[in-house]
Design a protein around this ligand. Structure first.
Ligand SMILES: Cc1cc2nc3c(=O)[nH]c(=O)nc-3n(C[C@H](O)[C@H](O)[C@H](O)COP(=O)(O)O)c2cc1C
Length: 313
């Protein structure tokens, strides 16, 4: 089955993607965290560093664009096309307050007429340019019932893949996904459909397939893949237990690569601690060591905590 790595802003940048891809692999598509094009600046130098093919060798990467202005989307897509990308993704799911207040991400879902016009513009461009546009969406902003109209809108356009995170904006990433609306999508969406949300184990995936009465393939996974980097292999039946040798290699590569490009220590540790909030479930019996990691202020303290007992040095 196909597994897509969900975009996680601040986590799945090029350093993490490269480490993951070299050590685990078996990801069919990586979606990059969103870029936010602005007037006369379709892609910032920082965003370009993350997306340049030189920093993403051997990785099937789909850049993601967050905007409600079709001219900004098209300018960004043209730049991405010029460096070799054949697919870009539209973010209609971001629940952040500042993003939604500007009518972007999930905040764009309330403006049905503007959204239709926006999609009309960007798909006219994509047809002339030959670049594919996929969409990652929530069910709605206020109510999940908004999804019925949204499906009707998406069905009017050549969406290359529709990735549905079955929550509304106010759900953020919490609670159970609203599966019944994804069941509706399976019945009514005309383009290829991808499920995203709360798959952390093979059992979760099997249960979802049972619920929907169909094999969910592809699926997009974010937090579950960070927390258990062997998850894609488990879903594909090529591994049963989390491979801790590979996990150590992933940790060490990400840590050393961050140290090369970041300073002082607190910045590196901020990144690593964010990862450990996910990884801690792999070390349930070692809560004291996890606490030491999360409290570390210097790399030496961090290394003592990580290599002392958790990842035997
Ligand atoms: C820290 C964080 C950052 C995220 N950044 C993005 C992003 O840049 N673009 C996007 O479409 N979704 C983003 N998401 C949402 C994820 O891609 C995904 O839809 C969500 O985590 C649900 O899937 P999961 O349960 O498999 O993690 C983010 C989620 C988190 C927790």
């Amino acid at each position: 089955m196909k597994v897509y790595f969900a975009p996680l802003e601040g986590i799945t940048g090029y350093i993490f993607r490269n480490a993951f891809n070299d050590i685990y692999g078996h990801i069919d598509k990586y979606f990059a965290p969103f870029i936010s094009p602005a007037e006369k600046c379709p892609v910032t130098p920082r965003e370009m560093k993350d997306l340049t093919p030189d920093n993403n060798r051997g990785i099937n990467l789909v850049p993601q664009i967050l905007t409600s202005r079709s001219e900004y989307f098209i300018e960004a897509a043209k730049v991405l096309d010029s460096i070799g990308y054949k697919e870009v993704n539209l973010n209609l799911g971001c629940p952040s307050g500042t993003v939604c207040a500007k009518g972007k991400g999930a905040g764009f879902l309330t403006e049905k007429d503007e959204l239709k016009q926006f999609l009309d513009d960007i798909y006219s461009y994509s047809e002339s340019d030959g670049i594919k546009i996929s969409v990652k969406t929530r069910l709605g902003y206020h109510e999940p019932e908004e999804f019925y109209d949204l499906v009707e809108i998406f069905n009017c356009f050549p969406v290359s893949e529709l990735i549905v995170h079955p929550r509304i904006r106010g759900d953020f990433y919490k609670g159970e996904p609203r599966r019944e609306y994804f069941a509706y999508a399976l019945e009514h969406v005309r383009c290829p459909l991808v499920y995203n949300g709360n798959i952390s184990t093979k059992k979760d995936h099997d249960e979802l397939c049972g619920y929907f009465g169909t094999d969910l393939d592809p699926v997009m996974i974010g937090r579950g893949l960070i927390a258990d980097p062997s998850l894609a292999d488990k879903l594909n039946g090529t591994c049963r237990e989390t491979d801790m040798v590979k996990f150590r290699a992933l940790h060490d590569t990400v840590y050393h690569e961050y140290k090369k490009v970041m300073s002082p220590d607190v910045n590196v540790l901020y990144k690593m601690k964010e990862l450990w909030t996910y990884w801690s479930i792999l070390f349930e019996d070692n809560s004291r060591d996890i606490k030491r990691i999360l409290k570390a202020k210097k790399c030496t303290d961090y290394e003592d905590a990580v290599y002392g007992k958790l990842l035997i040095g």
